[in-house]
Design a protein around this ligand. Structure first.
Ligand code: GLV
Ligand code: MN
Ligand code: MN
Length: 414
């Protein structure tokens, strides 16, 4: 980051940058309740403490920092909450999540520098396990908060080493028996606004530094398991094989074709070959399908086509196949009144913020089912995300902070 990021934000941004960064790739490995992520949690608490903001970790592992009106008697009703997440995908970029948290603190700094005080409580939230990189379900912290996922199901989720969420939480000093919906907390929030790097290049094409979210495509994750028979790669004739890699390969190709046909997106980004020897036919292949589409009918069609092709190919190769849906998110249309209010407040300060749909999931989308939620996007010049190459220009990050401060002033200081 150069100094154009803004003197108020540069040290804040830089203090987070080294945490969980892989020296080889430059990407981030910040998985929930690991050492790297707990360093990010310490960072969050320190940044809040430096600003005299009271912090708390809720029963689901989400972090909150509070800037309260002077006359507040610790009454949090009618709060405006900003925020995002600090965890990453494997080898993720620096911006996805952290930009929203850093910008939230920076927006508060900006208002304070101008001598403004909030008329209602202002919160900064960092939701846990947004990416689902460790326990497989994206937006786990906000799903638990809202009740979109049950505590029983969540406690049993396991990571790649078989460690359950319950165990990971206990190790982190949290009580997994307490997780679950938190309606009282939700009832105290009047609106949630998440700033996020755009995970596409629409803003770049429009020449705009910031945008406002219109909707999130419905999307979900499906786990496919192909079970065949382990055997020798050098002696088993092709006719004798029951190779689970073949229906897996057919599924990847079917996903590509079906996505193109329905106008959606389908990705196999994670696959585990068991036992994984170069000179052996696998006994099993586990694969994860991520599918998204503009509407639920097209998404259903897309997934049906992939699963049918997977089953057909499995049968043809003497392989058994099972599948289960790990997570699902419905279409989100962000609150129209809040969205319009944001666009108007920005326009009044001469900021033209185009309104965009996105295929990426966010905690704001989960919260939108329970309270008015909105998102600001910051231009991503290449559109690349979930990659170490993810980037936003310093000047655009500063524009994002300025936009978020305008929104915060509009919602919390009037
Ligand atoms: C979140 O980054 C997602 O997978 O959409
Ligand atoms: Mn992400
Ligand atoms: Mn994100």
């Amino acid at each position: 980051m150069t100094s154009t990021f803004g003197s108020w934000t540069l040290p804040l941004w830089q203090s987070l940058l080294p945490l969980g960064r892989d020296a080889q790739t430059g990407g981030y490995q910040r998985f929930s309740y690991t050492q790297a992520e707990s360093e990010c949690r310490v960072w969050f608490r320190q940044v809040a403490a430096d600003r005299n903001l009271r912090t708390e970790c809720d029963k689901n592992g989400n972090l909150w920092a509070w800037w309260l009106p002077d006359n507040s008697k610790r009454e949090l009703a009618g709060a405006i909450v900003l925020g995002s997440h600090l965890d990453s995908v494997p080898d993720g970029g620096a911006f996805d999540g952290p930009l929203g948290v850093v910008s939230a603190f920076a927006a508060i700094d900006l208002l304070r520098e101008r001598g403004l005080v909030p008329a209602r409580p202002v919160g900064v939230a960092a939701f846990v396990e947004e990416e689902g990189s460790r326990f497989g379900v994206a937006c786990l912290g906000s799903r638990l908060l809202t009740g979109a996922m049950t505590a029983e199901t969540a406690r049993e989720l396991t990571d790649a080493d078989g460690v359950s969420l319950a165990r990971a939480m206990r190790r982190a000093g949290l009580d997994p028996a307490q997780i679950g919906p938190d309606p009282e907390r939700l009832a105290r929030i009047a609106a949630y606004v998440e700033l996020h790097i755009e995970q596409g290049s629409a803003l770049a094409g429009m020449g705009a530094a910031v945008g406002v979210a219109e909707s999130i495509w419905p999307h979900g994750r499906w786990r496919l398991e192909f079970t065949g028979r382990a055997d020798h790669a050098g002696t088993t004739t092709l006719a004798d094989r029951r190779d689970p890699m073949l229906p897996y390969a057919a599924s990847v190709l079917a996903a590509r074709t079906a996505a193109a046909e329905v106008g959606g997106l389908a990705t196999f980004g994670k696959v585990v070959a068991v036992p994984g020897a170069a000179n052996a036919i696998c006994s099993a292949v586990h694969a994860w399908l991520d599918a998204r589409a503009p509407d639920e009918a097209r998404l259903g069609d897309l997934v049906e086509r992939v699963l049918a092709a997977a089953q057909d190919s499995a049968t043809g190769h003497g392989v058994t196949m099972s599948q289960r849906r790990d997570s699902f998110s419905q279409l989100v249309d962000f609150d129209l009144d809040l969205r319009d209010r944001l666009v108007r407040a920005l326009a009044a300060r001469k900021i033209v913020a185009p309104v965009l749909p996105t295929g990426a999931g966010h905690d704001a989308g989960v919260l939108a089912a329970r309270l008015p939620a909105a998102m600001l996007f910051v231009r991503n010049p290449t559109g690349v995300s979930h990659s170490p190459a993810e980037h936003a220009e310093p000047a655009d990050c500063a524009a994002g902070v300025a936009a978020l401060a305008i929104v915060l002033e509009e919602l919390a200081c009037r």
